[in-house]
Design a protein around this ligand. Structure first.
Ligand SMILES: [Zn+2]
Length: 445
């Protein structure tokens, strides 16, 4: 068995172009352009509005959500003529944590690509803070959240000013790169995350209704603090959360981000966390996951819970060099997906196009060729293992056989590689979850 596997390997290794993980100097240049000083400038302006509570509409100049969203809009408009920047507004009826009718607006910057495929980078610009017991607004009570009070101090420097300015800076460096991307890049500062993912849910519903092709959503929330509330400093790792199951499109996206992060940002480790979000908490990617789109959450490794949702979530709690490195991890992943061909389609009318081959003991994979691809990377791993263990690059083919590898014991996938060496997300040979149903299909045998 070993011999024939080795033979299969050698045969294809000899015929395939030697494409390892490509590091594109143009992407490295984009990453080098990410500026901690600019991140600081955006964030000091945003925190200067005192609160960005989604309902903090105020006549006071320089206060609240209105000048904040206007600043995000105008700043991104100033980055490049190629960016199409606009508010994405919704009339929202009273509900849950929104006591009165309001017009709520996401801020969206779009960098058009050659294809319909879209890749999202996001953070939420709204903030919230508990009322301090000492604040007259607490009415002499013990303090806490009061969803009818909109104007108490809520600087939200790290939650989620950090994700917002990361998104803005990613928009700048990618738009100013002058590169033409195959995928359309969409940079979104979401509103009303704190009221229950309201801005993200409204946009995700629209995406579902209008049939947008979304390859990936990179959601950044609480991403700029390197000093944990327990005193532990970690400015060299970050976390990427992805929803179950093990081969969900979101989990493939997470693996991809770690791979690209290792190539472009060695020494800054992406830690993959096999859960949708932090324990008992949520974020805007969830609104997209629920509608079947691949999306992950980026968060710092060490949080300071004492600052979150309080008046103490200030600029001093953000490490801008760390935030810049996390911005670069985002930009490397986004640029690679956007420059690569689309992921190959491995699901046929009867399910995953994976069989046992002529002998009945092989792994026989077929896929639809991706437009623009010049080769493919086939990956596999034991089914009890979290990340791909083996790979082989094959040529411009749509069929590959691994001899004497049981399709029961391993998981298989394939990624498309373009002429510049940029590779797509992996498409795994697993049955896709049935949309709108929690009932799993169970075969009889
Ligand atoms: Zn948040």
């Amino acid at each position: 068995m070993r011999t024939s596997l080795l033979a299969a390997f050698l045969a294809f290794a000899l015929s395939a172009p030697a494409v390892a993980q490509v590091v594109d100097p143009r992407i490295e240049e984009i990453l080098g352009d990410v500026s901690p000083e600019r991140l600081h400038e955006y964030l000091s302006t945003l925190t200067g509005y005192e609160t960005r509570h989604s309902l903090s509409f105020s006549d006071r100049p320089g206060f609240g959500v209105l000048p904040a969203r206007q600043y995000i809009l105008e700043t991104m408009q100033g980055f490049s003529d190629r960016l199409d920047v606009a508010f994405d507004c919704y009339e929202v009826e009273p509900q849950g944590r929104i006591p009165e009718q309001a017009e709520l607006c996401n801020v969206v910057a779009t960098l058009p690509g050659r294809s319909e495929r879209r890749v999202f980078v996001s953070g939420h610009y709204d903030t919230v803070a508990r009322i301090e017991a000492s604040d007259p607004a607490s009415g002499g009570g013990g303090g806490g959240f009061d969803w009818s009070v909109y104007d108490n101090p809520a600087p939200g420097a790290n939650d989620d000013g950090s994700g917002t300015v990361l998104t803005m800076e990613a928009a700048r460096v990618l738009a100013q790169s002058g590169l033409d991307f195959d995928a359309t890049l969409v940079f979104v500062a979401f509103v009303a995350e704190e009221e229950g993912l309201v801005g993200a849910s409204l946009m995700a519903s629209r995406a579902e209704r209008e049939g947008w092709v979304i390859d990936a959503m990179f959601n950044n929330d609480i991403i700029g603090n390197s000093l944990g509330g327990n005193g532990i400093l970690d400015s060299r790792t970050l976390r990427v959360f992805s929803e179950d199951p093990m081969d969900s499109p979101s989990r493939q996206l997470a693996r991809f981000i770690r791979r690209q992060g290792a190539a472009y940002m060695p020494g800054h480790e992406v830690r993959l966390i096999a859960r949708e979000d932090r324990f008992g908490r949520g974020g805007d990617h969830t609104a997209f996951n629920r509608r079947g789109f691949a999306g992950v959450r980026f968060s710092e490794s060490r949080e300071n819970y004492a600052r979150q949702h309080t008046a103490a979530d200030t600029l001093g709690g953000v490490d801008f060099e760390y935030l810049a490195r996390n911005t670069r991890v985002n930009a490397a992943g986004v640029a690679t997906i956007a420059m690569a061909p689309p992921a190959p389609d491995v699901i046929g009318p009867r399910g995953p196009m994976l069989g046992r081959g002529e002998t009945g003991y092989h792994a026989d994979m077929r896929w639809q060729r991706s437009p623009g691809a010049t080769s493919y990377r086939v990956v596999w791993r034991e089914a009890w293992t979290p990340d791909w263990e083996h790979e082989v690059v094959v040529g411009d083919v749509d069929h590959f056989v691994l001899e004497n590898i049981s399709i029961d014991d391993y998981v298989f996938g394939v990624a498309a590689i373009g002429p510049g060496g940029h590779e797509s997300l992996v498409s795994a040979y697993v049955r896709p979850p049935r949309a709108g149903s929690d009932i799993r299909e169970v075969g009889r045998d």
